[in-house]
Design a protein around this ligand. Structure first.
Ligand SMILES: Nc1ncnc2c1ncn2[C@@H]1O[C@H](COP(=O)(O)OP(=O)(O)OP(=O)(O)O)[C@@H](O)[C@H]1O
Ligand SMILES: [Mg+2]
Length: 424
């Protein structure tokens, strides 16, 4: 707001000041997201803009006027309801126009008994929204006061802004409700897919066991019935069934991370990373590796699952640096301004084309051949699922042959998916 010299005494000054105040009120109203805030802003502004002794905010409720709130030197009718036909706010709403009354006791539209217990001598009442009004704003004076056209216009301008603000609140509410509904639909669809994937994987195991055991039985019990080529083909069938069993096991393991109930505790990621790094070094004592782990990476989450996250990320870093003379791996934390804390695992290994980074988090997605670097492609899908369960996100930065960094954040823990759909 521009600074103003209040000592000025030019004739239009009071009007200018009121206009400036009105602009400020309209700005505040445009930010209001609920009806209570709108009412609060309006009742204060109405009194202040016209320098009156009191103001009321009235809502139309069917055939009644509800005096929802007020701001006044003495009590008015806050919380009370009057029939539309027996009070002046009802008159303003049914006629869709403002009215100013200098002496309320000389006006027949006023229920005098209701006013006698108050300080009110004069008033102005304006409708909120010209077309089928939804409410009204009243301002009151303790001394007789003939309201000027400027005062009435100012109050009507406030009424119009209040009407826009109330419509915005309704729109906003509707939008929020629709977003919530949509999110719930998506979550339900996701849960169903999860359950479906789990059931399918689970039910595929039995016929697969039959394939494996009968192919074994055939090779063992009736070797004379098979020539060399048939035996080779049977071997392939057996091998393929074994691979499929492994894939199913991976899917079921992945599914477990969606279904298990999370236990939230304080988790020291630095300690876990050190333990995992030691295991990796024991696995490949001949390798030269510099592993740097930042101290004090403590978070809230499920320790067992966060260990699985670090285990997968560190195992990848270890695997994809296996062709480096010196592997450099670091585990640390980044705090972007205004953003959530991100934890990362960085390496100087084979890296990958960053254009494919998103894809890697899907099950069985791999960018390197199994010959080059072994694996099934389930590790990062597991990481993503666990991080999501913790209300976080995961992403990667990399370049071909220049190493990779995997980041994740953590937030609020999500509930587990039930074993079977609710309707089943
Ligand atoms: N640190 C990394 N450097 C380079 N590429 C990586 C790295 N981590 C993952 N990738 C790429 O992402 C793919 C998927 O990783 P993910 O951990 O899911 O599977 P995997 O390691 O191949 O197998 P699994 O983890 O199931 O044993 C990898 O095959 C590789 O192409
Ligand atoms: Mg992996």
């Amino acid at each position: 707001m521009p600074t103003v010299d209040t000592s000025s005494s030019s004739p239009g000054w009071a009007g200018e000041q009121s206009a400036l105040r009105l602009v400020e009120v309209v700005q505040n109203l445009s930010l209001a997201r609920d009806l209570d805030t709108v009412i609060d802003i309006v009742r204060r502004a109405a009194r202040r803009l016209c320098q009156a002794d009191g103001a009321t905010f009235v809502l139309r409720e069917g055939d009644f006027c509800h005096y929802v709130n007020e701001d006044a030197i003495g009590p008015l009718w806050k919380g009370q309801r009057f029939p539309l036909g027996s009070c002046i706010s009802g008159w303003a709403m049914t006629h869709g126009r403002a009215t100013a009354i200098k002496d309320i006791y000389a006006d027949e539209r006023i229920p005098h008994d209701v006013y006698r217990v108050t300080f009110v001598k004069s008033l102005v009442m304006v409708p909120i929204r010209a077309e089928s009004p939804i409410g009204a704003i009243g301002i009151y004076w303790a001394q007789r006061h003939a309201a000027t056209d400027a005062e009435i216009e100012l109050l009507q301008a406030l009424g119009n802004s209040a009407s826009v603000a109330m419509e915005n609140v309704l729109l906003y509410r509707d939008l929020e409700r629709r977003v919530a509904e949509r999110t719930e639909q998506l979550a339900a669809a996701n849960r169903e897919l999860e359950t479906f994937a789990y059931s399918v994987s689970h039910d595929l195991q039995a016929p697969l066991r039959h394939i494996t055991s009968y192919s074994e039985l055939l090779a063992k019990e009736h070797p004379e019935a098979l020539d060399e080529e048939s035996r080779a083909w049977l071997g392939r069938i057996h091998h393929a069934a074994g691979t499929m069993a492994q894939l199913i096991q991976s899917l079921l393991r992945l599914s477990r991370f969606t279904r298990v109930e999370l236990r939230r505790t304080r988790v020291d990621l630095s300690r876990i990373a050190r333990e995992l790094a030691k295991l990796l070094r024991d696995e490949g004592p001949e390798r030269v590796a510099e592993i740097e782990i930042a101290e004090g990476l403590t978070v809230e989450g499920d320790e067992e699952l966060l260990r699985v996250v670090l285990q997968n990320l560190l195992a990848n870093a270890w695997k994809f640096t296996s062709r480096r003379d010196t592997a450099r791996i670091s585990v640390g934390m980044q705090q972007p301004p205004g953003g959530a804390t991100a934890y990362f695992v960085r390496d100087n290994g084979a890296g990958f084309d960053p254009g494919h980074a998103e894809r890697l988090f899907g099950p069985f997605q791999r960018l390197h051949s199994a010959k080059e670097f072994p694996g099934t492609g389930i590790g990062l899908a597991t990481v993503k699922r666990i991080v999501h369960r913790h209300g976080g996100v995961v992403w990667a930065e990399a370049a071909v042959d220049e190493g990779a960094t995997f980041f994740f954040t953590l937030g609020e823990i999500e509930p587990a998916v039930p074993d079977r759909p609710a309707s089943a």
